[in-house]
Ligand binder design. Sequence first.
Ligand code: HEM
Length: 495
Amino acid sequence: MVLFWLFHRFTFWSRQGVPHESLIKSAYTRYTRPLHIADRDTYTKLGRVFGISFRLFEGFRPCLMIGEPEYIRKVLVQEFDKFPNHRIFYDGDQISGKSLVALENDEWKCVRKIMTSLFSTGNLKKMKPSIDRCTSSLIEKLRKQIEISSTVDMKKMMGAYSLDVLASTAFGIECLDSDKTNDVATIVSDFFGHHISIKSIILLWFPFLIKHLNLYVFQYEILTYLKSIVQKIFDRSRLLKSQTNSNENQVDSVNKNFVTLLDEAQIKIKDKELDNETKEKFVIDNGVLLVIAGYDTTATTLSLIIYCLAIFPEHQQKIVDELESLYLQLERTELTIEEINSLDYLNAVIHEVQRYFPVVPRIERRAGRDCTLGTIKLLKDSLVAIPSYAINHDPSFFKNPDQFDPTRFLNNNSEQQTIIPDVFLPFAAGPRSCIGKRLAMLEIKICLISLLTHYRFSVSLETKIPLDYHIGQPVSSPKDVKVIVTPRTRLLKQG
Ligand code: HEM
């Protein structure tokens, strides 16, 4: 009976005529190569739609990989009701609990609506001065750092910066002291675990056992530590709010941050308002999620942009020229959000780095019921995954995909092929796309403008070309990003 069931599952793709990887090959690649490289190899070999039977089991449910724009649009947008949730996290309720990423259906809708208002245009405007302050402190920190050594690991530097921005924008706490941010940044970067362990193998192959063996998806100690940090941040934020409220003149000085938003929100699940204890869990779990989802993605993107600018100085110079001409035209170096967004070349470079090195190399959705995608049958809880890295390096979507060429993202470049929106997905798309996209883009732009106004980046003997990646992580995270940083005098004189 069991053998029959296993046979039925393992022949799931061949019975439908969907190309798929052999069991052994699937298992082997998953544990020997970074996720994005493994996916690209299979995509190149099997085509834009293929099945995986063993590499990504969810309760022995086969996974379908899709690179076909029509299918991507269906899964993320048009048929969202069939694929509304992320994969199941069996983790002893340590993070998934009540966090947006793990919530499903109506609970997810309710919390998503509340959290979306955190990133509204009005709120982003209020967040800008905090980002500016964190950026000034980064510039100062770099100045001190290069007095010691001109080769800097930008991954570490950007990690502390990104955490600082999150603490001040989302939680309303002004720049954390740098020892604390470094400490938390190092801890969070270890969050997903950097090596393949028996635990991660059990987790992916036999997720239902995790519950019984009391194992956790993420590092238990790190989560507990993060929760305690978030709790402290919240306590400080609440105290700040009560002090501000008692002083009428200061009422406007605190922007709507995540804590105040969730504290004030009426969270109703199935028409019942939450009791205080469950609501507190919502607040803490989602606070931890914001740190996890927003910290590493933004820090890694920023460090990869610096890496590309060091390797391709001609693109660094083009951004500097664009910036300089805007400063000259405005006769000032302080820019509004609109002026920042008018920097087309800067924007094109960010997009090209996101294409070349997508930090989320695979976007996943889970089927809410037995259903079909086009003509392909899927079982309830099957994963459908979009291999972003493989798609971004597919020559039929991006001309010369292995060439770093920001001009492909310039609107006025008639030589380039038009980019199909369904295949360029740095923040995913549809109702479950990245909630922090606008904050991330603003933070990245403000940071780069300031960095390039003050410093020049170049390759050092320690710069790894190509990059060295951790294996077995859900985000594409290079081990380090070391470059030479030297002060830039020309733009400083303008400023
Ligand atoms: C460059 C930086 C970032 C990148 C590339 C990025 C990318 C993504 C992607 C691709 C997803 C969708 C995952 C999926 O559908 O499977 C996502 C979801 C999410 N992101 Fe981001 N993200 C970034 C920054 C941020 C920031 C700054 C925050 C918050 C402060 C954030 C919070 C979230 C949350 C909460 C979700 C889950 C949304 C939901 O399930 O409804 N992200 N992100």
